[in-house]
Write a protein that binds this ligand. Structure first.
Ligand SMILES: O=C(O)C1=C[C@@H](OP(=O)(O)O)[C@@H](O)[C@H](O)C1
Ligand SMILES: C=C(OP(=O)(O)O)C(=O)O
Length: 429
């Protein structure tokens, strides 16, 4: 991993960017592919894989349960020797850091094995919910509990396989509960029906889960993302190519919107299976030009930006990127229906409100979102990042145009994008 300073002042770009860039592999696809490859029998090769804190804790978790996982960092390739539900280890401590996907996906995955598995993470992880996933797993025959009775990690699973049957799972806190369950269920002993309770947040991530499962041979039926039927059958090991990360790309699209000029992200296009590519639709509504092809997306800024009123439930990892762009728009921007982002790396609505105000913006905070009133001119400020990679990366884009934006703890980007600062520098060329 790179070395990071204690703080970093982003200086405004000397000229509008004219940049083509390829961002690293998708965190969500890398962590899904690692799990599914681990549950397949035989060798899978994942190309274009992300190497970051979140994928390292996932790979380490797989190693802890006895699977061979070889990461060739130069080649961005991971080779996984999967063994169905017969994990070699009968006991393991899994450290998940602050990776929600790793916690939720591995909790479900170890439940199909045999043995005692304990999952724990950083202090913030001990405040991130997992109880609804444990409830569903226990309905399907698992013995999974929150060790401190908090509904959060540490989680202890006394695993003896999942029987299958019927379970409900809550959808309005995190979609990762359902994704974790779905990926594990082909390795249950019997068929399973899962029904989503309440409104499902972050829906495109469920489509992504189904897509990765299908790529490894398990196509499952569902009715309107509400009811899923999963038959017990093995995954097929394979070579799988991981797309560049669409959430990471949002910072570069935002740079074009904020600083003018054009930024092209390569390897992400109209066929992407990541919901967050939809972020560019919002930039288009705000006044940017967007050019989409099969293999790349280009955003061109320069025309005046206008504030928008938008429901971001489906693409909530880009809420903070949009908030940064909103500072430069005419008129307020309202972001709705993202109450669930209060449970992420930090309470992202509260964190955004505090830091946007430092830059001079007016902010109305709502339970499910916020309204941002852009300032006449952006005030210099030291931006706290709350150990949240997306706070650092989003507010960095503000500094590309406004003077005096200092990002505290810039190293927190390592959660999903260790090379972010280096790549941001490419906009200056
Ligand atoms: O399944 C996934 O890969 C993810 C789902 C989303 O979480 P929620 O479902 O908790 O909103 C998203 O915020 C996270 O970064 C990745
Ligand atoms: C919310 C995020 O991650 P996770 O839930 O996987 O920790 C994120 O990457 O923005």
């Amino acid at each position: 991993m790179p070395e990071y300073p204690a703080e970093l002042t982003v200086s405004p770009l000397p000229h509008p960017p004219e940049t083509r860039i390829r961002v690293p592999g998708s965190k969500s696809l890398t962590n899904r592919a690692l799990v599914v490859a681990g549950l397949a029998r035989g060798r899978s090769t994942l190309t274009g894989a992300l190497d970051s804190d979140d994928t390292r804790v996932m790979a380490e978790g797989l190693r802890a349960i006895g699977l061979a996982v070889e990461h060739d960092r130069e080649a961005a390739t991971v080779v996984v020797e999967g063994c169905g539900r017969h994990f070699p280890a009968r006991e393991a401590e899994l450290f998940v850091g602050n990776s929600g996907t790793t916690l939720r996906f591995l909790t479900a995955m170890v439940s199909v094995g045999r043995g005692t598995f304990r999952l724990d993470g950083v202090p913030r992880m001990r405040e991130r919910p997992v109880a609804d996933l444990l409830l569903a797993l226990n309905r399907l025959g698992a013995d999974a509990r929150s060790e401190l009775g908090t509904g959060c990690p540490p989680v202890v699973v006394q695993a003896d396989g999942l029987d299958g049957g019927f379970a409900e799972v809550r959808g309005d806190v995190s979609s990762q509960f359902l994704s974790g369950l779905l990926m594990a269920l082909p390795c249950a002993k019997g068929p399973t029906t899962v029904e989503v309770q309440g409104t499902l947040v972050s829906k495109p991530y469920i489509a992504m889960t189904l897509d990765v499962m299908a790529a490894f041979g398990r196509r499952i039926s569902n009715r309107d993302f509400k009811r899923f039927n999963v038959e017990p059958a093995p995954y097929t090991a394979r070579t799988y190519a991981i797309e560049p990360d669409a959430s990471a790309a949002s910072y570069f699209f935002a740079a074009a919107a904020i600083a003018g000029g054009s930024v092209t992200v390569e390897g992400l296009g109209t066929g992407s299976i990541q919901g967050d590519v939809g972020f560019v639709d919002l930039l288009e509504h705000m006044g940017c030009a967007v050019d989409r092809s099969k293999s790349s997306i280009t955003v061109t800024g320069g025309a005046p930006l206008v504030g928008i009123d938008v429901d971001m439930n489906a693409i909530s990892d880009t809420v903070m990127t949009l908030a940064a762009v909103a500072l430069f728009a005419h008129g307020p921007t309202r972001i709705r229906n993202v109450a669930h982002i209060r449970h992420k790396e930090t309470d992202r609505i509260a964190a955004l409100a505090a830091e946007l105000r430092k830059l001079g913006a007016g902010v109305d905070e709502h339970p499910d979102g916020l309204v941002i009133f852009p300032p006449d001119s952006i005030a210099p400020a030291r931006i706290a990042t709350y150990d949240d990679h997306r706070m650092a990366m989003s507010f960095a884009t503000v500094g590309l145009k406004a003077e005096g934006v200092t990002i505290e703890d810039p190293g927190c980007v390592a959660k999903t994008y260790p090379g972010f600062w280096e790549d941001l520098g490419k906009l200056r060329r």
